[in-house]
Design a protein around this ligand. Structure first.
Ligand SMILES: [Zn+2]
Length: 429
């Protein structure tokens, strides 16, 4: 089956909510489509419920192209949705369903474009299709297992994964912006905990665990570090200036002198750029107490920090530790990844050309994502990987990813497949 809308409908109807993230039926669907076209996919995983799919779709030369997506989705609460989240219902020109944007739609575009290219006999360079399990819970049994247990070598190759998007309302205007994810900020999840004496609510003390935790978390939540440029953001701003969207000339800025002031003026105008020029610190969970008139002996909260390139998770945690040391609130790292990315390379130009072939008036922008994806695992084995789901949407629609009423325009499914086909075509020209 190589009609993208039909394949996506069937894919969305397979509930791969993670947890538990059982991807067996999804892998069977994807492998079935490949076998029907005479290809030989391989599945392998740490457990039967967590298959990872790899298929060499054709080609012998290098560098190859690796098309990557994940099969699992985050859970959906049916009672909050306008349509059942795994029904793939079409309404008002949209195909609804959990995973339509994250990332079954991208996977279907990869699959259908690759099958068309294989059939057309245009594959000179190696083309690989990849579908991973487990992305939504960290990728340990998904992409991490995949890159460490490859059944055959992929060789020199470039990767295309999720992470970047097409946006119609950003940088102060209407337009067709395709944000190509070259870099990702690093997550640093920390737990802050306070312990002390339990006591009666009528006899409080400033030393009580909840009181100290609140003071510590307030300091972290209000932390706003000076804005600064990193190479990925510099590249983005150069392109935006060349296209006339921003005035700031980053190459004229002297490091340190006036940099922070110039960036503050920029982010005041474009708030969406703010998290790209500094580390961010969000207080995400709070836990303490069990009764209104009892002071609990312990309290804890978590902070989700996202750090810019050049920062180190241990050093960032060390600074937070120093900030709250006087409150006797220990800070422990729960999970951290360094910021990671891939340098500008030949895949960038190929992706830009493919996008412009379908949307001649689009602006392609090198971007640093505030979130993180499986791309870090592929980058770790030497596959420069860029993130892009090439479907154009207003920001509010992208906001439905992981939310309610996730949906994709039916017309966008075909456009996205066409962009991936043009990319394969250009890569093999
Ligand atoms: Zn996701």
């Amino acid at each position: 089956m190589t009609d993208p809308v039909a394949l996506l409908s069937e894919y969305v109807r397979i509930d791969t909510s993670n947890p538990p993230g059982d991807c067996r039926r999804a892998a069977e669907l994807l492998c079935g489509a490949l076998r029907e076209s005479g290809l030989s996919p391989v599945t392998f995983g740490a457990r039967p419920e967590k298959p990872n799919v790899l298929c060499h779709a054709g080609g012998t030369e290098e560098p190859g192209l690796v098309l990557i997506h994940h099969m699992d989705v985050v859970p959906a609460r049916a009672e909050e949705w306008s349509v059942p989240p795994f029904s793939a219902e079409v309404r008002d020109g949209f195909l609804y369903g959990r995973g339509t944007l994250d990332t079954k739609g991208l996977g279907v575009a990869h699959w259908c474009a690759a099958l068309r290219a294989a059939k057309a006999g245009i594959l000179r360079r190696k083309l690989f299709l990849v579908a991973n399990a487990d992305e939504e819970v960290g990728g340990v049994e998904g992409a991490e297992y995949f890159v460490r247990n490859l059944p055959f070598p992929i060789g020199a190759a470039y990767g295309m994964n999720e992470g970047g998007v097409g946006v119609t309302d950003i940088f102060g205007g209407g337009g067709k912006f395709f944000l190509l994810n070259m870099w990702e900020k690093g997550p640093v999840w920390m737990r802050l905990s306070a312990s002390g004496r339990a006591g009666h609510g009528s006899r409080p003390s400033a030393r009580d665990a909840p009181a100290r935790l609140i003071r510590a978390l307030t300091r972290v939540a209000e932390l706003r570090e000076p804005a600064r440029l990193t190479e990925p953001v510099r590249e983005m701003l150069r392109v935006l200036r060349a296209k006339g969207y921003v005035d700031l000339d980053v190459d004229a800025l002297q490091r340190g002198a006036g940099e922070a002031e110039a960036l503050e003026a920029l982010v005041a105008k474009f708030p969406e750029i703010d998290p790209l020029v500094r580390n961010t610190y969000a207080v995400t969970t709070l836990a303490a107490g069990f009764k209104p008139n009892v002071i609990p002996a312990s309290a804890e909260g978590t902070v989700d920090a996202r750090i810019v390139p050049g920062e180190d998770p241990e050093e960032v945690a060390g600074r937070v530790r120093a900030m709250v040391a006087d409150l006797n609130v220990p800070v422990e790292i729960l999970f951290a990844e360094k910021p990671n990315g891939s340098p500008m390379g030949p895949l960038y130009g190929a992706m830009e050309e493919a996008i412009l072939a379908v949307h001649p008036d689009a602006v392609v922008v090198p971007y640093m994502s505030t979130g993180f994806t499986d791309s870090r695992f592929f980058r770790s084995i030497g596959i420069p990987t860029y993130g892009l789901m090439p479907v154009l949407l207003p920001r509010a629609e992208h906001g439905k990813i992981h939310g309610v009423d996730e949906r994709i325009p039916v017309a966008g499914i075909g456009e996205m497949t066409e962009i991936v086909y043009k990319l394969i075509e250009g890569w093999n020209a």
